[in-house]
Ligand binder design. Structure first.
Ligand code: HEC
Ligand code: HEC
Length: 256
């Protein structure tokens, strides 16, 4: 399944994009001559204000749809890797590439740190997990794949990398609870179609290639039906070496 696109939702944001310029490049716009006394044209310049355009799409609590992932509270290295992935064309979303394509790496790192340190409650922690249309059998299949994998088919358990609590593992593996089902399905579609990639070796592309469409549907149903714990934080390190090597996670290279 190709990753969904909502071009009309993105147009409005182009007007904001310039406010993101790295601080050194910011300069007040030239104004026509005016008799008024000089007024402070540059608003107080904090990182939180400069990333306001990001928050317009990535609402702090997250939305429950396929398109705009929550970024608050995801591990810093993961967020940073994604900014590089958009910049370098390994992930495709034109507005993202436009927004981060010209920013220097230290500034991308700062933006990643900023969002990683935000922990607003998830929207679903008030409403409960989304109602998921799936049979009990399908949910069970999803649970088994996530927690145990399927050794006979070479599918590692998701928890081997994403952590026992599925809350992610520092520095660069994201959590899997709290993600909308449609978003998970769309990302697997993107890996299978090679429009989402990570730094090589791309372990998620490898995992995705081993899952059938029915496996993905079962896994996304089970994950989306899990309650999210707002107090959960990414684990400090994997409990054991990762079952596959992941280019974005160089310190925990793991087995081959
Ligand atoms: C016009 C809407 C829009 C704006 C503005 C926007 N993004 Fe995004 N961003 C998206 C969409 C849509 C995706 C998911 C694309 C996909 O499915 O691959 C995304 C993905 C991401 C991801 C990957 C998330 C994940 O969980 O894998 C990160 C990180 C991110 N954006 C950061 C930012 C930052 C930082 C800014 C501000 C500099 C920003 N975005 C501005 C729409 C936007
Ligand atoms: C060998 C380690 C490994 C295994 C096993 C693994 N993952 Fe991942 N996963 C990763 C890494 C690393 C990333 C970050 C990839 C990147 O930087 O784009 C990731 C990213 C993801 C994302 C993207 C989240 C987002 O916010 O966009 C999803 C969804 C995901 N994995 C689902 C799964 C599921 C479901 C399974 C089990 C079927 C699984 N993963 C098994 C390492 C793994």
């Amino acid at each position: 399944m190709p990753s969904p696109r909502h071009p009309t939702r993105t147009v409005f944001i182009a007007a904001f994009a310039f406010s993101l310029a790295a601080p050194a490049a910011a300069s007040p716009p030239a104004l026509p001559a005016s008799p008024a006394p000089p007024v402070p044209l540059v608003p107080p310049d904090t990182l939180a204000q400069r990333v306001a355009p990001c928050v317009a799409c990535h609402q702090p609590q997250g939305r429950n749809d396929a398109f705009f992932p929550r970024i608050a509270g995801k591990p810093e290295g993961y967020l940073y890797n994604q900014l590089l992935n958009f910049r370098d064309g390994r992930r495709q979303y034109p507005m993202m590439t436009y927004m981060v394509g010209h920013l220097p790496e230290p500034y991308l790192r700062e933006i990643a740190q900023f969002f990683a340190s935000q922990h607003p409650p998830h929207r679903s922690s008030a409403t409960g997990p989304a109602r998921v249309e799936a049979t009990a059998q399908m949910l069970e299949r999803g649970r088994v794949l996530v927690r145990q994998g399927d050794a006979a088919r070479g599918i590692p358990a998701c928890i081997a990398c994403h952590g026992q609590a599925l809350a992610g593992v520092a520095p660069a593996i994201p959590g899997l609870v709290g993600l909308p089902r449609d978003y998970i399905n769309a990302q697997f579609g993107a890996w299978k179609n090679k429009v989402r990639r990570a730094q090589a070796p791309d372990c998620m592309a490898d995992v995705a290639s081993r899952l059938t469409g029915a496996d993905v549907a079962a896994v996304s149903a089970w994950l989306a039906s899990q309650g999210v714990d707002d107090a959960a934080r990414p684990a400090a390190a994997p409990a054991a070496p990762l079952p596959l090597r992941c280019g974005g996670v160089p310190d925990h290279g793991g087995a081959r």
